[in-house]
Design a protein around this ligand. Structure first.
Ligand code: 5GP
Ligand code: ZN
Length: 113
């Protein structure tokens, strides 16, 4: 947790372009955007990955999806968007603090690579 990039963004040790913040969640622009809109939504609680959530995280994870909807609306993504969670090595996770990508602003391909 001490070396966690996202914990450092949460504590403002590392600057980021924040789009939304409340007591339990922070959301900021991805440093390496993969779409015209690429936001990362992160719970302030350090949870390693989706595979590490527990029953008591249920409301927190649900809250993140409501935040995603709100952020997408505020950013004008009226024609759609995508939420992605990369989990673990084979899932493409590179930062070991659970987070959800919000991608939009272009037509997204399916299936992903
Ligand atoms: P993952 O690959 O774990 O699903 O996603 C991690 C994401 O965090 C990547 O899209 C990467 O570009 C982003 N990222 C990594 N370090 C930083 C940083 O210091 N600031 C911001 N804003 N995004 C970061
Ligand atoms: Zn962390």
């Amino acid at each position: 947790m001490g070396d966690c990039i996202f914990c450092k963004i949460i504590s403002k040790q590392i600057p980021s372009k924040i789009v939304y913040e409340d007591d339990s969640v922070i959301s900021f622009y991805d440093i390496d955007p993969q779409a015209p809109v690429h936001i990362v939504i992160v719970p302030k609680k350090h949870i390693k990955s989706l595979d590490h959530i527990i029953d008591e995280d249920q409301d927190l994870i649900g809250h993140i999806f409501l935040c995603a909807k709100k952020i997408a609306g505020e950013l004008g993504l009226k024609d759609g968007y995508r939420i992605i969670n990369n989990c673990g090595k084979l899932g493409g996770q590179t930062v070991d603090h659970i987070h959800f990508h919000l991608l939009g602003g272009r037509e997204l391909q399916w299936p992903p690579g």
